[in-house]
Design a protein around this ligand. Structure first.
Ligand code: UD2
Length: 318
C-alpha cells in the first residue's frame, strides 16, 4: 500500500484527488492551511485520511509531513490571476516558495514522485492555438509567472537530484466543491451559483475570450496516469490536461442559461488586467506519454456541477 501526500487537500481539486486515491487503495495524508481550502470539502473523508493543518511555508513541518510518503500530488496554491495582480508577494510565497520547500523536503524524504498542478496561464497571450507544451511560455500575470516557476523547479529537481517530477498544466478546472464565494473564484462557479439564485452574472471584457473548461474528473484521471506511468515516459516533463476544445464566455453564458433555467441578462464590465484572451490545449503529448483522453465533456461536466450546487443550496436552506 502506498502513502500519497496531497497538498491543498481541502481545495476542490485536492479533495477530489483524495477521494480517488482512497478508492485506488492508497493511504492518504493531506495538508492544507485553509487559506483557500474549506473544511467541509474533506468533512466526509476526514476519518479515512491522515489530515494535518500545515502551511508549506513552514519548512520544518513540511519535512516532518513528508516522512514515509511515496508520492505527492501538489495542489496547494493561491490561484486567481486578479488576486496575484493585487498581491504578487502573496502569490510568490504561496506558489513558489511553498513549492521549493516541498521539493526540498520530498527529496530528503526520498519520495518516489511529485506530480504538480501547473497552469495553462503559462502560455499567456501567445496567438497560436491550440497550445502545445513546446511553445515558448509567455506568462502575463504574477500568478502565471509563479506557476511557471514551479514547473521549472519541478524539472530542475528531476535533472539535478533525480527526483521524479511531472507537471500537469490544468486548463480552467471546474466542478463540484469549487468555492463560489470569493470575487476571485473561477468564472463557472460564480456564474452557476449566481444564475441558480436568479442573480445577474458579470462578464469582464466583451465575452469573446475563450477557455478550455475542464471538468475536475478529467484532472483526477490525469493525476492517476501521471502517478502510474513509467518514469522514463514522464519524469521531468510537462503535459497539458484539458478537453482540447474551447468556448467563449458569451456562448458559455447561453449554455448555462439553458442548463440552469436562468432567464435574466448578463452584465458587462471592463476587461481584467492580466487576463488571457484565448486558451485551448493540444493534448497530443498527454495522449502519447500518459495515455490521457478527456472522459467528461463540457456540457456533461456542467450538468453534474449544477446538480451539485443545487443540492448544496437545498441542503443549506433545509
Ligand atoms: C487562469 C488559468 C487557469 C487556472 C486559473 C486559476 C488561463 C487561460 N487559465 O484562469 O488554468 O490556473 O487561472 O485561477 O490563464 N470572468 C468573468 N466574470 C467573472 C469572473 C471571471 O467574465 O465573474 C472572466 C475572466 O476575466 C476571464 C475568464 O472569465 O476572462 C476566466 O476567468 P477565471 O478567473 O475563471 O480563470 P482564468 O482564465 O483567469
Amino acid at each position: 500500500m502506498s502513502t500519497c501526500l496531497i497538498t491543498g487537500v481541502a481545495g476542490f481539486i485536492g479533495s477530489s484527488l483524495a477521494r480517488a486515491r482512497l478508492a485506488a487503495g492508497d493511504r492518504v495524508r493531506g495538508i492544507d492551511n485553509f487559506s483557500t481550502g474549506k473544511r467541509e470539502n474533506i468533512a466526509e473523508i476526514l476519518q479515512q485520511i491522515d489530515f494535518r493543518q500545515v502551511d508549506l511555508i513552514d519548512f520544518s513541518r513540511v519535512q516532518h509531513v513528508c516522512q514515509g510518503v511515496d508520492y505527492i500530488l501538489h495542489q496547494a496554491a493561491i490561484p486567481s490571476v486578479p488576486r496575484s495582480v493585487e498581491d504578487p508577494l502573496e502569490s510568490n510565497r504561496a506558489n513558489v516558495d511553498a513549492t521549493v520547500n516541498l521539493l526540498v523536503a520530498a527529496r530528503e524524504a526520498k519520495v518516489k514522485r511529485v506530480v504538480y498542478a501547473a497552469s495553462s496561464s503559462a502560455y499567456g497571450d501567445s496567438p497560436t492555438l491550440p497550445k502545445r507544451e513546446d511553445m515558448l511560455p509567455n506568462p502575463i500575470s504574477p500568478y502565471a509567472v509563479a506557476k511557471l516557476a514551479g514547473e521549472h523547479y519541478m524539472r530542475a529537481f528531476w535533472r539535478c537530484y533525480g527526483l521524479e517530477t511531472v507537471s500537469l498544466r490544468y486548463f480552467n478546472v471546474f466542478g463540484p466543491r469549487q468555492d463560489p464565494a470569493s470575487p476571485y473564484s473561477g468564472v463557472l462557479a460564480l456564474f452557476i451559483t449566481r444564475m441558480l439564485q436568479g442573480k445577474t452574472p458579470t462578464i469582464f471584457g466583451d465575452g469573446q475570450q475563450s477557455r478550455d473548461f475542464t471538468f475536475v474528473e478529467n484532472i483526477v484521471h490525469a493525476n492517476h496516469l501521471a502517478l502510474t506511468a513509467p518514469g522514463q515516459e514522464v519524469a521531468g516533463q510537462v503535459f497539458n490536461v484539458a478537453t482540447g476544445s474551447r468556448v467563449d464566455l458569451n456562448a458559455t453564458f447561453q449554455i448555462l442559461k439553458k442548463l440552469t433555467g436562468y432567464s435574466g441578462e448578463v452584465h458587462y464590465e471592463s476587461e481584467r488586467p492580466g487576463d488571457v484572451k484565448h486558451s485551448q490545449a493540444d493534448l497530443s503529448l498527454a495522449k502519447k506519454h500518459l495515455g490521457y483522453e478527456p472522459t467528461v465533456g463540457l456540457e456533461e461536466g456542467l450538468q453534474q456541477t449544477i446538480e451539485w450546487y443545487r443540492r448544496e443550496s437545498a441542503g443549506v436552506s433545509a
